[in-house]
Every structure is written in structure tokens, then in C-alpha cells.
Design a protein around this ligand. Structure first.
Ligand SMILES: NC(=O)c1ccc[n+]([C@@H]2O[C@H](COP(=O)([O-])OP(=O)(O)OC[C@H]3O[C@@H](n4cnc5c(N)ncnc54)[C@H](OP(=O)(O)O)[C@@H]3O)[C@@H](O)[C@H]2O)c1
Length: 219
């Protein structure tokens, strides 16, 4: 394809094309939230929701910056895999529906410094109850949908920074790629499907059985 040179970035030397294909949306979004806008510091506690593409990148980038990571999932098996990737704490949001309380317990009743908010209307109130005073919530996803009531009072009372994230910039993409190479980060590929099997890839995603990214390969 022909594209403007400033619309492209180099594939990190440590990644193949399948791994590189996971970066432009999920990777850059997690990077922008935590590092670009989030200005993450070592020692912070990051809470990230679920074990999909964005959340697993957030886990990897937060650990590379020396943060403590709490991750949620509907599956204990997936939480165990997240721990293998460095997650410090895992909470099953099915068996612990009031996971925001657990986050408070795990942070000595202060709350998380940064939250990767992927659930949308169904989880935002809980995230507002799980964030620390002066903390930051990156609004990224709407896995539970758009509709719902949210009480904005905790945003005020806790001086929360509530920031919308829509992917990120090319400069951030290049910064992220350098960090990926320096830290030996490999995107987590759940499964790779042949192009002819793309419908099965979408079914796999819809089933929510994946951990990290799903790749549809062109060759
Ligand atoms: N703003 C942006 O620029 C941007 C960029 C990329 C993606 N997004 C959005 O961000 C969201 C996540 O994207 P993704 O690519 O990471 O999706 P994904 O790979 O499909 O992640 C789905 C995972 O989210 C978890 N999940 C589902 N419902 C949940 C709930 N109620 N509470 C907590 N976790 C829940 C599940 O994890 P478990 O199986 O572990 O339970 C599920 O496997 C989507 O809404 C997507 O549209 C936004």
C-alpha cells in the first residue's frame, strides 16, 4: 500500500508482523492512558479491568514502569495467567461483584492511583469507588454498554481526574515501541486465525474466551 510516511511507524525489531498488528489500537491506547496522559510513576497502583487486549497491554506497560497491578477477570484461570505476566493481585468480578471494596482493602483503604476503565456504564461507578483521592481514571471502553446512571459526586469529592482516551498519537506509538524493545515485551497473542477463518475469530472474540489479542493473518 502507499501511505504518507508520517502515517507509519517501524515495526519493532523484536516483533513479527502478527505481534506488531496488535499494537496500533490496543497497545497505543493502553500506553496513552497510563504513560502519555497518565504520566505513570514507579510505585503507583494500577487497576485494569478484564483480560482483553487493552487490559493485558496495560498490565505489561504498568509492570515495565515499576507499578503494582491489580487486574479483574471473570475467570480464575485467566487471573492465574495474568499473575504469570506479573500482575500482583487478581479479583474475580463474578465471584466478587463488589470488587471495588476489595481494591480498597488491597490498597490499605486508599484506592488505586490509576484505573484503566474498560467497562463503561456498568463499571464506572465501581471504578469511582476504587480510585484514590487525586487519582486518575482513563475512560476507554464500553464493554457493558453506554446506558446507565452514574453519580458524579466521587469525581468531585475525591478530586479525580476522569480522562477520555481515544487511542493515541504517532509520537506515543514510537515511544511505546522503544519501551517494548528495551523491556523485551511480547504482545500476548491468544490465537491466530487464517484469513479464511475470520468468522471463527469473531466468534471466538464474542465468546469472551480469549486472553490478550486475537490475530487474523493475511497469509
Ligand atoms: N478508546 C479507545 O481508543 C479504545 C481502543 C481500544 C479498545 N477500546 C474499547 O475498550 C474495550 C476493551 O477493548 P479490548 O480490545 O481490550 O476488548 P477485548 O479484548 O474484547 O476484551 C474483552 C474482555 O473484557 C473483559 N470484560 C468484559 N466485560 C467485563 C466487565 N463487565 N467487567 C470487567 N471486564 C469485563 C473480559 O475479560 P475476562 O474474560 O477476563 O472477564 C473480556 O474478555 C472495548 O469496549 C473497546 O471497544 C477503546
Amino acid at each position: 500500500m502507499i501511505a504518507r510516511a508520517d502515517a507509519l511507524v517501524h515495526l519493532p525489531a523484536t516483533l513479527d508482523f502478527a505481534a506488531g498488528a496488535t499494537l496500533p489500537c490496543a497497545g497505543v491506547t493502553a500506553w496513552n492512558a497510563l504513560v502519555g496522559q497518565g504520566q505513570m510513576l514507579a510505585g503507583q497502583t494500577v487497576l485494569t479491568l478484564g483480560t482483553g487486549g487493552v487490559s493485558i497491554f496495560a498490565l505489561q506497560f504498568a509492570k515495565a514502569h515499576g507499578a503494582r497491578v491489580i487486574i479483574t477477570s471473570s475467570s480464575d484461570e485467566k487471573l492465574a495467567r495474568a499473575r504469570e505476566l506479573g500482575a500482583d493481585e487478581g479479583i474475580n468480578y463474578k465471584t466478587t461483584p463488589d470488587w471495588e471494596r476489595r481494591v480498597f482493602e488491597l490498597t490499605q483503604k486508599t484506592g488505586a492511583d490509576q484505573i484503566i476503565e474498560l467497562g463503561g456504564a456498568g463499571t464506572l461507578q465501581k471504578s469511582l469507588d476504587a480510585v484514590r483521592y487525586g487519582g486518575r481514571i482513563s475512560l476507554i471502553g464500553v464493554l457493558t454498554g453506554f446506558e446507565g446512571l452514574v453519580n458524579p459526586w466521587p469525581v468531585i469529592a475525591r478530586s479525580v481526574t476522569l480522562q477520555g482516551i481515544y487511542v493515541g498519537s504517532r509520537v506515543q506509538f514510537e515511544q511505546m515501541n522503544r519501551a517494548i524493545v528495551q523491556n523485551g515485551i511480547q504482545p500476548v497473542l491468544d490465537r491466530t486465525f487464517a484469513f479464511e477463518d475470520a468468522p471463527a475469530a469473531f466468534e471466538h472474540m464474542a465468546a469472551g474466551a480469549h486472553f490478550g489479542k486475537i490475530v487474523v493473518s493475511g497469509s
